[in-house]
Write a protein that binds this ligand. Structure first.
Ligand SMILES: Cc1ncc(COP(=O)(O)O)c(C=O)c1O
Length: 378
């Protein structure tokens, strides 16, 4: 249907071979491939990082809140500009999501200042999102949270492979939560990872992932255990072996696919320089940061009708999207949030548009999208 779609999988024969190998092995549920994916992913992020593979990014966020004992009566600060999963998990553990604004019309991430404005005596945690793959100013945010005794969770759904001062996103907070949904930089269809440098938290996360059980079905299959104990109530948020095997291939491709995204993003920036269209994160904020270039968000000029732009792009076969519709427009959160809670995000959410970006996209396709966009706004 689309000539240039928003996102395309970066899959080839290697993913198919990896999946086939698992299917032919006769063992599908969490086992050795998952362990291997976890250790490779942990090593990819840095030294002494524990990684636990889970069924999706929302499960990772839910487990992070449970592991940090966030509950009814607590407040958790989340970005006003994010996917609704961050609000939903806070709400579902009985706590209250509080939204913080982003830094500016160029810095679409929360900052230490915008977070500090929302801290109360009830604040127990902050969930930061490295929007579009551009890292938040983690040294300042970490210092703020440490000084105020507040837990720091990183939602790293957009940012595998991104870093600040050489330290990976997902290694700064108490817990990092990754998503491997289809459109993510590392794609599994569904999947996720929780990361931490804290050994005790890691053990708790592993119990939460699998019913609090002390052994796996695989251990019993291999004759390593006869039965199990349950240390604490847990869930079934496990990853399976097929996804873990594909994950190992996708992880291997991640540095080169992030680099392709960078080259394409650079071309978009060159093409749109000096026009009325702004691409955020024109400079790194805070410390030296490296993006994972997850999506290509733009800020349309105030005067244009966004729906018309989307329609005109569609007529040329170009898919676009909005990241994200604001919480205050959702029925489930009616009356709980208002645009004045986050005025900069309120403006961005009216004018934001996401253009196609994926590792196998060609430079001439970027040129075609920018030409169509400039035609659509004039
Ligand atoms: C910022 C953000 N947080 C959380 C999630 C949830 O991840 P998942 O879809 O794997 O549950 C997503 C995925 O779309 C996301 O973009």
């Amino acid at each position: 249907m689309w000539k240039i779609q928003l996102f395309k999988l970066n899959f080839d024969g290697r993913e198919s071979d990896a999946a086939r190998e698992v299917i032919e092995s006769g063992w599908l549920t969490m086992g050795e491939k998952t362990s291997s994916f976890e250790s490779s992913f942990g090593n990819f992020l840095g030294s002494s990082i524990y990684a636990t593979a889970v069924s999706n990014g929302t499960a990772a966020l839910h487990m992070a809140l449970l592991a940090l004992n966030i509950r009814s009566g607590d407040e958790v600060i989340i970005p006003a500009l994010t996917f609704v999963a961050d609000a939903n998990v806070v709400y579902l553990v009985g706590a209250t999501p509080i939204i913080a604004d982003c830094g500016s019309l160029d810095n679409w991430n929360m900052t230490a200042e915008t977070i500090a404005q929302k801290i109360t005596a009830k604040t127990k945690a902050v969930i930061v999102v490295h929007y579009a793959g551009y890292p938040c100013d983690m040294p300042s945010i970490k210092k703020l949270c440490t000084d105020r005794g507040i837990h720091l969770i990183e939602d790293v759904a957009h940012a595998p492979g991104a870093s600040i001062d050489g330290k990976s996103c997902g290694a700064w907070g108490d817990i990092g939560c990754f998503s491997f949904f289809s459109n993510k930089n590392l794609s599994l269809g569904e999947g996720g990872m929780v990361t931490t440098t804290n050994e005790k938290l890691n053990q708790r996360l592993r119990y939460l992932r699998s019913h609090g059980m002390t052994t796996l079905t695989l251990d019993r299959h291999k004759g390593r255990a006869i039965t199990y104990d349950v240390i604490e109530p847990g869930l079934n948020y496990r990853m399976d072996e097929v996804r873990a095997a594909i994950g190992l291939v996708q992880l291997d491709k991640l540095p080169s696919s992030n680099l392709s995204r960078k080259h394409l993003t650079d071309r978009y920036r060159d093409n749109l320089k000096g026009t009325e269209v702004l691409i955020p994160f024109s400079q790194p904020y805070g410390a030296m940061s490296l993006s994972s270039y997850h999506i290509l968000p733009i800020l349309l000029p105030k005067k244009v009708d966004r729906k018309e732009v989307i329609e005109k792009l569609k007529q040329k076969g170009i898919q676009s999207s909005i990241h994200y519709p604001p919480f205050w427009d959702f029925t489930a959160y009616a009356g709980q949030f208002k645009p004045t809670d986050a005025p900069i995000v309120a403006e961005i959410s009216q004018r934001q548009l996401t253009l196609p970006l994926f590792p196998t996209m060609r430079i001439d396709e970027v040129d075609e999208v920018t030409l169509a966009l400039l035609g659509a706004i004039n």
